[in-house]
Design a protein around this ligand. Structure first.
Ligand SMILES: [Zn+2]
Length: 273
């Protein structure tokens, strides 16, 4: 909140997810191993990719000059490691810049074959909704990310152009059109070949939610098996504040890789000092 007070609301919200199919990982697996068996390799590669990714964003200004940012690493049990990042740019966003930089459509397979392959592999959401009511994004029979989005011919800030031009990609018997594409930056996607959701931060209402979300900490669970006899249940001994640590998290921490970062640094000063 101190960053927002000083610099204004974050304009970009980026989620970068580790891709276990990266050749740097796949080429180092021994016969019979899958990436989940080798968290040491997966984490080392993801950490290196992140270093380069931050360099591209914060030193090479791939998405414009960024004056302040914060990021945290997240992982939900079996899911892949991903980084959430909020960035505040030097220059205010314009619809033209957004239209140029953030795409939400399936690119032409003839003129952009590589990008087409990455988008269709990593940037299509679902299908969910009535097509697949058990997809993880479904809460109370609605997609929590509001997919499929509406078609739209022009970009209006956080509503990206999703032309209704008949483009589709068929996967597992489902026809994905532009309504199912997760917004991305073509340059970042081509360089990193991963799920990199790049979005406009949206209204000031989102700021608190986003900061809270990216700093909410680890998931917790406590599980026990006991008799159905309610009278002997000791709630006090049952109450354990527990933390779930996966092999992936454990490995990341043993390597002492960073779990969060921000710029500029913020130091809380005691008033009387
Ligand atoms: Zn969904």
């Amino acid at each position: 909140m101190a960053l927002v007070r000083w610099f204004g609301k974050p304009e970009l919200f980026i989620t970068f997810t580790c891709n276990p199919r990266w050749p740097e990982i796949a080429d180092r697996l021994q016969q019979g191993q899958s990436a989940t068996d080798r968290q040491d390799i997966v984490n080392r590669v993801f950490n290196l990719k992140l270093k380069q990714f931050f360099k591209d964003l914060f030193s090479s200004d791939v998405l414009g000059n960024i004056k302040a940012y914060c990021w945290t690493l997240e992982e939900q049990k079996r899911s892949l490691k991903h980084v959430h990042l909020l960035a505040i740019r030097q220059q205010p966003l314009t619809p033209e810049w957004v239209d140029d930089t953030l795409w939400a459509f399936i690119p032409d397979p003839n003129t952009m074959p590589k990008l087409h392959q990455i988008v269709t592999q990593s940037m299509l959401h679902g299908p969910c909704g009535t097509f697949n009511p058990n997809f993880p994004c479904m809460i109370n029979r609605r997609c929590k990310a509001n997919y499929p989005k509406d078609f739209r011919s022009n970009t209006e800030f956080s509503l990206y152009a999703r032309p209704n031009d008949g483009t589709f990609h068929e996967k597992n018997g489902f026809r994905f059109d532009n309504r199912w594409v997760v917004p991305y930056n073509p340059w970042l996607l081509l360089k990193y070949n991963a799920h990199i959701n790049t979005e406009v931060g949206g209204s000031v209402k989102n700021v608190k939610y986003l900061y809270k979300y990216i700093t909410k900490g680890a998931d917790m669970a406590s599980v026990g098996i006991e008799d159905a006899d309610q009278e002997n249940t000791d709630e006090i001994t049952n109450y354990i504040s527990s933390r779930w640590i996966t092999a992936s998290t454990a490995t990341w921490n043993m390597f002492e890789f960073p779990t969060h970062g921000r710029h500029p640094p913020i130091v809380r000063l005691a008033v009387h000092e």
